[in-house]
Design a protein around this ligand. Structure first.
Ligand SMILES: C[S@@+](CC[C@H](N)C(=O)[O-])C[C@H]1O[C@@H](n2cnc3c(N)ncnc32)[C@H](O)[C@@H]1O
Length: 205
């Protein structure tokens, strides 16, 4: 198990996943709205994968949306997945390290909240999502609180014992471009005082 997965596995045992759910809720609402609007506009159903799903709370939210035909989650921390499966007995949650995951399924939407900067090469992951996971006209949408401009987040690696890749909002946007995404949108939501907010980026295949 890598250092980040070990840390989050401990967090699950300590019930800190519940704090993340509360803390991320407002920003995730902006992301779910963007997905709902896109599929409502195109009058289409969508399937979704939550990458780094934690205890699966976002997967369960999507399963309630009328246009969502299927929602799955993946997370490396066994105790996060154990909780997800306990809360949603018929749900599909994969306990896998996303770095090196040999995915066989395809989805219209890949959603990811507060996870992409835990990878050594976010570009490799984003390219893999584009090439092997997302269907044509599908969407990748990510939310991240750790990025260069959000100076309050820059000590997290020492503070929380995590291995983090720090990039600016411009650099994150460029990764989407390099992977091949089009119609890339980027904005910061829920900023407050020194806190620069969650950086949300989306792109269409
Ligand atoms: C900050 S938490 C966010 C959880 C959830 N998205 C939420 O908003 O509550 C990051 C999650 O990413 C998972 N994670 C980090 N690196 C991973 C990896 N390489 N493979 C799979 N999961 C990983 C952790 O186990 C953790 O549950």
């Amino acid at each position: 198990m890598n250092k980040n997965i070990l840390t989050f596995d401990e967090w699950a045992i300590l019930n800190k996943d519940e704090g993340m759910e509360k803390g991320h809720y407002a920003s995730v609402k902006h992301m779910t709205r963007e997905i709902f609007n896109y599929y409502q506009k195109h009058n289409k159903k969508y399937s979704l994968l939550d990458l780094g799903c934690g205890n699966g709370w976002v997967v369960r939210k999507f399963k309630e949306h009328s246009l969502c035909s299927m929602a799955h989650g993946i997370d490396g921390a066994p105790n996060m997945i154990k909780k997800a499966k306990k809360l949603d007995k018929n749900g599909t949650y994969f306990n896998e390290n996303i770095e090196g995951w040999d995915n066989k399924l395809h989805y219209d939407v890949v959603f990811s909240m507060e996870t992409l900067y835990y990878f050594k090469s976010p570009l490799d992951i984003i390219k893999n999502i584009y090439t092997n996971i997302i269907n044509e006209n599908g969407m990748l949408i990510i939310g991240i609180d750790h990025y260069s401009e959000n100076t309050e987040s820059l000590d997290w690696s020492e503070k929380f014992n995590l291995e983090i890749t720090t990039l600016s909002s411009n650099e994150w946007n460029n990764l989407f471009k390099q992977a091949g995404f089009k119609d890339i949108k980027s904005n910061q939501v829920e900023s407050k005082g020194e806190w620069a907010g969650t950086l949300i980026i989306s792109g269409i295949k």
